[in-house]
Design a binder for this molecule. Structure first.
Ligand code: SF4
Length: 473
């Protein structure tokens, strides 16, 4: 018995199959074709959306957009690889009608249309909303760090530079002292003066560069700087400190589609609840919205802003625990009751703590006298008297606390909603979770394409390609 044999390479056929016959009815490329066909590329801001009247015809932005959507869906992001796909991949041949732009044209299109890609991504979200793929009942917000192109070796910070400066100065002083010592002692002949001078020159030049870098950073008010990618920031990630961007996602609870995303330079999520929730509310065009996020988003000012905007947030409070340092808990602030009318606290011993100081967003309360005679002192404070702080937006914190008590399941729901999109974006779309394009604009371009491809994938999985093509048509 032999093996199954393929067709002979010289075999000709009477009726060769057309590209149309090679692509199944419910194929991804047909969805992309239907989706791009309904877009108004000029309104979305794509460059060259209107063909030139004279000169050599250029590529239609619709074709290049289709190529990128297909590429991000299939984990092909590099312009050189996309160029190769145009020449060998039947699906791309069908999508682009056998056009084969060179990598420079493909790369320039991505570079020149950052805002248009973001607008296109929003348009698909609106379409999903219209056809019921996004319900807007519950939106989960989360952030994750995506590595920038630049490596952490290119990262400079004022602290690091100052440390280096001190080291360089110590090395220069040591060399000079050794030279002086050699001059005075009999060892003068064994010291290679030209080598020492060259080493000193090198150290002094590095010292001057260091001072210049510090001065430039101080003039621009920068605490840190990444050479080659000035807009990226050093952030804490699961792999340690990395030069990265913080990507925020607001995900709809119904089918896990991403309603809104943002790429930020802020390593912390603490300032992101309000902007993300309000942006999701605007896209969904809802007067009221329910959102949930983890404790990293705990922020009294933003809790209040969400309440004012009709957004009901479920976020665990993230506040300091009062302990003695040996982990023995002291009376928590909840042991003190607040008297709203007189703006004062009553302590467990029945004494009144009045307002002493306002420090930024914190109002600080204390007894008029001290606590030394109190029998409960050992359980209350190690200082002479106990202070209790109240956030300016304490009422918003309290409302949040009550909401979380009533709905503790919100944290489980949050996790189940947001983990899937981030897992997909990191592994499935962006490969190793690292951007290919530099600077904030590059990261935003890539994320818009990745989110668009992710939402397309979810829509196909939920509805099926045939139904989606019908709705897009
Ligand atoms: S230590 Fe001071 S604040 Fe604490 S219970 Fe006693 S009197 Fe009240």
């Amino acid at each position: 018995m032999g093996y199954i044999q393929g067709e002979g390479r010289q075999q000709s056929s009477l009726f060769p199959p057309t590209l149309e016959e090679l692509v199944p009815e419910d194929h991804l490329v047909r969805v992309i074709e239907a989706y791009v066909a309904r877009l108004d590329l000029q309104a979305l801001g794509f460059s060259k959306a209107e063909p030139l009247k004279t000169g050599r015809p250029g590529y239609d932005p619709a074709d290049l957009l289709k190529l990128y959507l297909y590429g991000y869906f299939q984990r092909i992001r590099s312009s050189r690889r996309l160029e190769a796909e145009c020449q060998r991949n039947v699906e791309v041949m069908w999508l682009l009608g056998r056009l084969a732009p060179d990598f420079k044209t493909i790369a320039d299109f991505r570079k020149d249309n950052s805002a248009a890609f973001q607008a296109t991504c929003r348009t698909f979200v609106q379409f999903c909303r219209q056809v019921g793929l996004i319900s807007g009942q519950l939106v989960a917000i989360d952030g994750s760090k995506f590595q920038a192109v630049a490596s952490q070796r290119k990262h400079l910070s004022l602290t690091k530079l100052k440390r280096q400066q001190a080291k360089l100065e110590a090395q220069i002083a040591r060399y000079l002292a050794e030279l002086d010592e050699a001059d005075r002692s009999e060892a003068a002949e064994v010291v290679d003066r030209s080598a020492v001078k060259a080493a000193l020159q090198q150290l002094e030049s590095r010292h001057a560069d260091n001072l210049t870098a510090q001065a430039l950073m101080e003039v621009q008010g920068l605490e840190q700087f990444v050479v080659g990618e000035s807009e990226a920031r050093m952030m804490r990630t699961h792999q340690g400190a990395r030069v990265a961007y913080n990507v925020q996602n607001a995900v709809d609870g119904e089918h896990g589609l991403i309603v809104h995303h943002a790429v930020t330079q802020d390593g912390s999520d603490n300032q992101q609840l309000e902007p993300m929730a309000k942006a999701a509310q605007a896209i969904l065009a809802q007067e009221e919205l329910t959102v949930t996020a983890d404790a990293g988003y705990s922020n009294g000012e933003q809790f209040q802003a969400c309440d004012d905007a009709g957004i009901t947030a479920y976020v665990p409070e993230n506040r300091g625990i009062n302990n003695k340092g040996d982990d023995t808990p002291l009376f928590d602030r909840s042991a003190f009751s607040y008297d709203v009318e007189n703006d004062q606290y009553q302590c467990p011993a029945g004494q009144w703590l009045s307002l002493k100081q306002v420090n930024g967003l914190q109002r600080i309360y204390a007894l008029r006298g001290d606590c030394t005679a109190c029998p409960l002192k050992s359980r209350c404070t190690k200082a002479k008297r106990r202070h209790v702080t109240r956030h300016v937006h304490e009422a918003a914190f309290e409302r949040m606390h009550q909401r979380m008590q009533v709905h503790p399941e919100m944290m489980v729901r949050r996790r189940s909603i947001v983990e899937h999109p981030f897992g997909n974006l990191k592994q499935w779309i962006l490969g190793n979770g690292r951007f290919l394009l530099r600077q904030l604009q590059g990261a935003r371009t890539e994320m818009a394409l990745a989110v668009n491809a992710y939402n397309l994938k979810r829509a196909i999985n939920v509805m099926g390609a045939r139904r989606l093509i019908e709705l897009l048509g």
